[in-house]
Design a protein. Structure first.
Ligand SMILES: NC(=O)c1ccc[n+]([C@@H]2O[C@H](COP(=O)([O-])OP(=O)(O)OC[C@H]3O[C@@H](n4cnc5c(N)ncnc54)[C@H](OP(=O)(O)O)[C@@H]3O)[C@@H](O)[C@H]2O)c1
Length: 305
C-alpha cells in the first residue's frame, strides 16, 4: 500500500501528512482513553505515514490535549516523529472552565498567548507546528491577533499560524495584518456539505496556494449511516464505485477530496485503527472526472447546471 505522502500547506508553510488524525473524539473511543489506547492509534498513523495530529484546547471539555500529552510523556521519542496542530479562541462553559458562564469567542492577545502556552504544557511538547484561530470572532481585532502571533513566533513556541471556519474576506483581513503567510484555513467540507465549492473558499485557497484542511470529512459519520435521501444516494454511489474498483467506500470518499486541485487535507475523525488504515488506502484510488461529479451529484441531490 502507498504510504501517505506529506504536503507543504503554503509557501514556507508546515509540512503535514496529507491525511491528518483528528483528536476531537479521542474521549469518545469505546475502547477507552488510556495512554496505551492513544499510543495504538498514534502508532497506527505513523506506520501509514500519517504524522500530523489535529487538536484544539477545548476538545474533550479541555481534556484531550492532556490525555494525548500523557501518551507523549510515556514515549517522549514521539515528539520527533509527529507534527501538532492545535486551535484556540473558543471559551466553553463546563466543569473544566468553571469561570465561564456563556459560550463565547476570545481572540484577544492575552487569550491567544495563554491558550497556546497551556496547549504546550498539556501536550508535553516544546513547540506547536501550527496554531489556528478556531472560529471567526465578531469582536476580534486583527492587529491584536497579529501581535499574539508575532510574540509566539519570536519565542519559538509556535512555528506557523492559520485559521479555521473563516470566510474568504475574514482570511484576507487577518492576512493583511501579518508579515508572513497564513498556512491554512481549516474548513467543513464533504459531499453532503458543498458550500466551499461555491462560496469562494476553495477559489481563494487556489488563488493564494494555501491548502485547506477539511474537518468532518465523513459528515461526522453520517455519510456511512445515512438517513436522508441524498445521503442514501451518496452511500450507494460510494459503494458502487468501490465495488467497481475493488476498494472500500471510505477510500473512494477520501480520494474524492484528494482529487480537488486546491490540495485538500482531510482530518480523520475515526477512533477505529482499522478505519485509519483503510483511509490511507485512498492514495491507491484514482477517480475520473465523471466519477468525481457522480459523487458530487449524489451528495447535492442533483446534477451540475
Ligand atoms: N475546525 C473545526 O471547527 C473542527 C470541527 C470539527 C472537527 N474538527 C477536526 O476534524 C476532525 C474530524 O472531524 P470528525 O470527527 O467529525 O470526522 P468524521 O470522520 O466526519 O466523523 C467521525 C465519526 O464518523 C464515524 N466514522 C468515520 N469513518 C467511518 C466509516 N468508514 N464508517 C462508519 N463510521 C465512520 C466515526 O466513528 P468511529 O470512531 O466508530 O469510526 C466518528 O463517530 C476532528 O477530530 C477534529 O480534529 C475541526
Amino acid at each position: 500500500m502507498t504510504s501517505v505522502p506529506s504536503i507543504s500547506l503554503s509557501q514556507n508553510g508546515p509540512s503535514l501528512s496529507r491525511l491528518v488524525y483528528g483528536c476531537w473524539r479521542l474521549h469518545e473511543d469505546p475502547v477507552g482513553v488510556s495512554p496505551q489506547r492513544i499510543l495504538e492509534k498514534i502508532e497506527t498513523c505513523l506506520e501509514l505515514g500519517i504524522h500530523s495530529f489535529d487538536h484544539a484546547d477545548l476538545y474533550g471539555e479541555y481534556s484531550n490535549e492532556r490525555k494525548f500529552g500523557e501518551t507523549i510523556r510515556s514515549k517522549p521519542s514521539l515528539r520527533d516523529s509527529i507534527t501538532i496542530v492545535t486551535k484556540c479562541g473558543i471559551q466553553l462553559p463546563g466543569a473544566n472552565r468553571p469561570g465561564i458562564r456563556t459560550k463565547h469567542y476570545d481572540t484577544s492577545r492575552a487569550h491567544i498567548v495563554a491558550s497556546a502556552e497551556n496547549s504546550l504544557k498539556n501536550l508535553n511538547i516544546q513547540k506547536i507546528d501550527l496554531l489556528l484561530i478556531h472560529r471567526p470572532d465578531p469582536l476580534s481585532d486583527p492587529d491584536e491577533i497579529a501581535s499574539a502571533f508575532a510574540k509566539l513566533r519570536e519565542e519559538g513556541k509556535v512555528l506557523h499560524f492559520g485559521t479555521s471556519n473563516f470566510s474568504g474576506s475574514q482570511f484576507r483581513l487577518l492576512q493583511s495584518r501579518l508579515d508572513f503567510p497564513l498556512s491554512t484555513n481549516q474548513i467543513q467540507f464533504n459531499p453532503l456539505y458543498l458550500d466551499p465549492l461555491s462560496d469562494g473558499t476553495l477559489d481563494q485557497a487556489l488563488e493564494l496556494r494555501v491548502k485547506p484542511m477539511v474537518w468532518s470529512p465523513t459528515a461526522g459519520g453520517k455519510i456511512f449511516n445515512p438517513r436522508e435521501k441524498n445521503g442514501i444516494a451518496l452511500l450507494k454511489t460510494l459503494i458502487d464505485l468501490a465495488g467497481k474498483k475493488g476498494k472500500n467506500p471510505d477510500q473512494i470518499l477520501y480520494a474524492w477530496f484528494l482529487k480537488h486541485p486546491s490540495g485538500l487535507v482531510p482530518v480523520l475523525g475515526t477512533n477505529d485503527p482499522g478505519r485509519i488504515r483503510s483511509a490511507a488506502g485512498a492514495f491507491d484510488v484514482s477517480l475520473t472526472r465523471e466519477e468525481w461529479f457522480e459523487i458530487r451529484e449524489a451528495g447535492a441531490g442533483g446534477p451540475v447546471p
